[in-house]
Write a protein that binds this ligand. Structure first.
Ligand code: NAP
Length: 271
């Protein structure tokens, strides 16, 4: 497939919003996910609405076999844009995360991102054309209790992309990392988290299409780190400029209140 965009995790949320945006711009798509019915439904909708070709690869990218399967599927494709988007969150405190989940989150949010990027970069460089977009999180700026492993992998993605940007400065390859705050997507449900998705005010859940719109605007301006939404920008600022002791106290107090609310909601739901 020529003129193609590969988006990992386009079953829902941000990945699906990227798929629609690039299809609207006339690109063919290769999209991945595990929820087969849902992703095929998305592919049919996109093909019928935007008249582009969509190839679906059903794959679990948290495992090496899954990544190898995807690499094999894209061997002959001419990928112009890669969006490393697939990701998931974990609910328990770090000491209680099962080993399998530790392995899965680290593979999906580090190994798969690195290996897919390297593979596709090797075909982008000789063509002197390509864009790599990696999805991180505002958690990369501010790690929180009960989110330690997730935030750490997202910090890896931020660092990896900024390094890559500098390494590729003399090439035609564009690189961007997107660090959103809360997104109105399937993310929290998939992780078994019960959250109230605020539509307004501080810490609201943003519309994925709005995040893509802001990130694409940043990409056009050549902004390497895109931080869509004022909440994520505030978190980045606080984390960068406050003395660490004050920053820890703010985060600890915030998470104590949040976890108390969360536990009360869970107890209410269990009653
Ligand atoms: N939601 C938030 O508040 C938030 C905030 C900041 C950053 N982010 C990041 O934004 C990105 C998109 O998340 P979202 O909010 O749009 O959530 P989402 O609706 O749950 O989408 C996540 C996508 O990743 C795919 N995925 C998850 N685990 C996978 C695996 N093992 N193998 C292959 N695909 C997998 C899911 O597909 P299947 O389930 O079909 O496999 C889905 O398409 C993620 O990287 C996430 O970390 C989210």
């Amino acid at each position: 497939m020529k003129h193609a965009v590969l988006i990992t995790g386009a079953t829902s949320g941000l990945g699906l919003a990227y798929a629609k945006e690039y299809a609207k711009r006339g690109y063919n798509l290769i999209i991945t996910g595990r929820r087969e019915n849902k992703i095929i439904e998305n592919a049919n909708y996109i093909e019928n609405t935007y008249h582009v070709k969509v190839k679906v690869v059903i794959v679990d990218l948290a495992k090496e076999e899954g990544l190898n399967l995807l690499l094999n599927e894209i061997k002959e494709e001419e990928i112009e844009v890669l969006v490393n988007n697939a990701g998931f969150g974990l609910k328990p405190v770090f000491s209680e995360v099962p080993k399998e989940d530790v392995d899965r989150i680290m593979f999906l949010q580090m190994n798969a991102v690195v290996l897919l990027t390297q593979n596709i970069l090797k075909q982008m460089l000789p063509r002197h054309k390509g864009t790599i977009i990696n999805i991180s999180s505002d958690g990369a700026f501010a790690v929180m209790p009960r989110n330690v492993l997730y935030s750490s992998t997202k910090l890896f993605i931020l660092n990896f992309t900024e390094g890559l940007y500098m390494e590729l400065i003399d090439t035609a390859i564009r690189v961007q990392v997107v660090c959103p705050g809360f997104i109105d997507s399937d993310f929290h449900e998939s992780a078994g988290m019960k959250v109230v998705k605020k539509k307004n005010g501080f810490m609201k859940f943003m519309d994925p299409q709005e995040i893509v719109r802001l990130a694409m605007k940043d990409l056009k301006k050549g902004r390497v780190v895109s931080v869509p939404g004022s909440e994520a920008k505030i978190i980045r600022f606080i984390a960068a400029f406050l003395p660490r002791k004050i920053f820890y106290n703010i985060i600890i107090n915030f998470t104590r209140k949040r976890n108390h609310k969360l536990d009360t909601n869970i107890r209410k739901n269990d009653d």
